[in-house]
Design a protein around this ligand. Structure first.
Ligand code: DQA
Length: 152
């Protein structure tokens, strides 16, 4: 069976999911993700190998993306947190490493109209798509879509 290596990359302030503003980001954690993936993908979930990395620093995220390229990772599911809205450096990194990436958000950033900056993404242009607003399920949906892209 062909297996795809998918990196789940989480940016700043995403290391305490479940505790951080549950009214915005929910009560679930990344530990709940594999079960959700199994529910939506069934046995196809066996054909992805997931790794997960979280960093609060922009440089740490770039280093991890460069390592993913070196390691031949097949796809990235990326929640860059607030760096989504500000980081040209992360956009530059995604532009050259050439790994298919899906931008993910737990909250529906477009519905957070009181904070218009959240509707801007600097990394989105370098991604094949965006999934936002489904809590931790956003990550599982992104893995599923990435898997479909990699298979076809
Ligand atoms: C977030 C949305 C960002 O605006 C915010 O800075 C985050 C989390 C989300 O997953 O909803 O840290 O990326």
């Amino acid at each position: 069976m062909v297996k795809f290596d998918i990196l789940i990359l989480n940016g700043p302030n995403l290391g305490h999911l479940g505790k951080r503003q549950p009214e915005v980001y929910g009560c679930q954690t990344m530990d709940d993700m594999p079960d959700m993936l199994r529910q939506i993908m069934g046995t196809k979930a066996d054909s992805v190998t997931l790794s997960h990395f979280q960093s609060n620093s922009e440089g740490g995220l770039i280093d991890r993306l460069e390592k993913a390229r070196k390691d031949g990772v097949d796809g990235v599911v990326f929640n860059a947190g607030a760096y989504t809205h500000t980081s040209l450096a992360l956009a530059d990194c995604l532009a050259w490493i050439g790994i298919p990436c899906i931008e993910v958000h737990i909250s529906n950033v477009w519905a957070r109209t009181d904070q218009p900056l959240r509707q801007q993404s600097l990394i989105g242009e370098q991604c094949i798509g965006v999934i936002a607003g489904f809590g931790i399920l956003s990550y599982a949906l992104a893995v599923q879509v990435l898997h479909e892209r990699l298979v076809n």
